[in-house]
Design a protein around this ligand. Structure first.
Ligand code: FAD
Length: 470
């Protein structure tokens, strides 16, 4: 009997333990993707990106003699239905670690087991299962550095290679059409623009990683902070859809380390931040939508989305060039440089005194590398409410940040057209990507001063911090 392979965030052939186990069994494999309420709840940009990933992965499977079967509905109902029609006795999938997925998957596992089906979950999303990393006292880590010291010494299994062929069943169950899912709908005009910048699929991920190992990793320590350079790996987007597995990246980083690459250790330690984010989300899921430190509930953050300050931030018209450049990069490419994420988040939560959740939700909708754990941890790290967060009094000053990390202004010019005689394509693309109702044009005047001044905003935030401090 065939094995159903329920795919989720693992759209790849290599470094895919669930797929490898299914193929090694010798039974026919039926790959299935289910459009359920969790998929429907995704923000516009990540949903669009997932749709593009599914399109490419469907072709990848076809090249291996297989197919991607698409179905909508409650996963247990869909899988139970497929079990009936195909005679499958086993269902395999790769584990996920957010509370909604865990609840869904355990329900599916129980439901299938009750029908006598062998439902098996595999690792593959993370390097380290969240329950396998413990402090000396036996609890989860709350601070990154000791977490890193522990995991860096761990052995990580070598990634499996892609199966040569995926055994196919004699007859395929029916599939819905990806076009009918219309996963890009909520992106509106943005989809066509982001498409110009996006790289999709497992091959693209491999090429990008190879290029980074060739050109970026040696200088990564400093290069990762230079805003105008492609000094980072670009792996986050592919990790989100699972077009690359973390073990592949880890082993590549380790090889570079052993070959003496000076940036390799820092690179591996960044990959461990993703692990740490999921470690936290698994052990304390409230980090995903509430202040991790409860005393921060007393902080007088605003969360009225209609406020002029919030609008200016979202529409990249705060009058602080570095903040606006970062926000525009995200509209145009669906990603944002890590340093710009910190600067835009700091300006929102500190200078503008707006709740980090407002920013988190905006990022949820606009990042194609949107990752629930890294996004929540990133926001709470900047806001000061998270575990091992940056101290609140560390208010990023966008002017000094620009002097340090974009001294020539190249990043700002790349994204802000206003005031330039001959703005680059990137800056013009922004006006094509944004909603028409914002009614904006490259010829507009750029705000002549920040919506909240840098020192004024800093003072106000530090005063308010008194409410939480003791
Ligand atoms: P590289 O510098 O090449 O790093 C390699 C990999 O390490 C990344 O792909 C990523 O998986 C991991 N990594 C690096 N930095 C971090 C970090 N600070 N936290 C967790 N993992 C990290 N990352 C996301 O993947 N999705 C998000 O939704 C997300 N939201 C963020 C929101 C805020 C406010 C902040 C401050 C950071 C956020 N990050 C998020 C983390 C980080 O900005 C991105 O992972 C990084 O910019 C991705 O680029 P890269 O793949 O080229 O990274």
């Amino acid at each position: 009997p065939p094995i159903l392979l329920w795919l989720r965030r693992d759209l790849r052939l290599s470094d895919a333990p669930a797929l490898s186990a299914a193929c090694e069994s010798g039974a026919p494999v039926i790959p299935v993707y289910i459009r359920d309420s969790l998929l429907d709840g995704l923000g516009a940009a990540p949903k669009w990106r997932l749709g593009r990933g599914l399109e490419v992965f469907g072709k990848t499977l076809e090249a291996k003699g297989s197919r991607l079967i698409l179905r909508s509905g409650d996963p247990l109902d869909v899988l139970a239905g497929l079990v009936e029609t195909t005679g499958a006795k086993q269902v395999f999938w790769t584990r996920l670690y957010d509370p909604e997925s865990i609840a869904r998957d355990s329900g599916v596992k129980e439901g299938l087991k009750a029908k006598g089906i062998d439902a098996k979950s595999f690792s593959g999303t993370l390097l380290f299962e969240p329950w396998e990393v413990e402090t000396k006292d036996g609890g989860p880590y709350k601070v990154y550095s000791p977490f890193w010291r522990t995991v860096k010494k761990r052995d990580v299994a070598a990634p499996s290679s892609a199966p040569k062929q995926i055994p196919a069943p004699d007859t395929w169950p029916e599939s819905e059409a990806l076009d009918d899912w219309d996963l890009g709908r909520a992106m509106n005009r943005g989809a066509a623009v982001v498409e110009r910048y996006a790289e999709i699929g497992e091959d693209a991920a491999g090429d990008r990683l190879a290029a980074f190992l060739e050109e970026g990793i040696d200088d990564y320590k400093a290069g990762r902070d230079r805003l105008a350079e492609a000094g980072t790996s670009g792996m986050s987007v592919f990790l989100t859809t699972g077009e690359i597995g973390p073990r592949t990246i880890w082993h590549a980083g380790m090889r570079a380390l052993h070959e003496g690459s000076t940036g390799a250790e820092t690179f591996l330690s960044e990959l461990a931040w993703r692990e740490f984010a999921w470690h936290l989300a698994y052990h304390t899921p409230r980090i995903l939508d509430r202040n991790w430190r409860e005393k921060w509930d007393a902080f007088p953050w605003e969360d009225d989305e209609r406020k002029a300050e919030v609008k200016a931030w979202k529409q990249a018209r705060t009058g602080v060039p570095l903040v606006d450049a970062g926000m525009r990069e995200m509209q145009v490419t669906g990603t944002m440089h890590n340093r710009a994420r910190m600067i835009t988040a700091s300006y929102l939560t500190k200078h503008l005194m707006v709740h980090w959740r407002v920013g988190q939700h905006w990022f949820d909708a606009h990042l194609i590398d949107r990752d629930a754990a890294s996004n929540a941890m990133g926001w709470q790290w900047v806001a000061g409410s998270g575990p091992d967060a940056s101290p609140f009094f560390r208010v990023f000053n966008p002017e000094t940040q620009q002097e340090k990390f974009d001294p020539e202004g190249a990043y700002v010019r790349r994204w802000i057209a206003e005031g330039q005689d001959d703005p680059p394509e990137t800056a013009l693309d922004y006006f094509e990507a944004i909603p028409r109702r914002w009614a904006r044009a490259p010829e507009d005047a750029y705000p002549d001063k920040p919506i909240v001044g840098l020192s004024e905003g800093r003072e106000r935030a530090l005063d308010a911090y008194g409410a939480v401090k003791d």
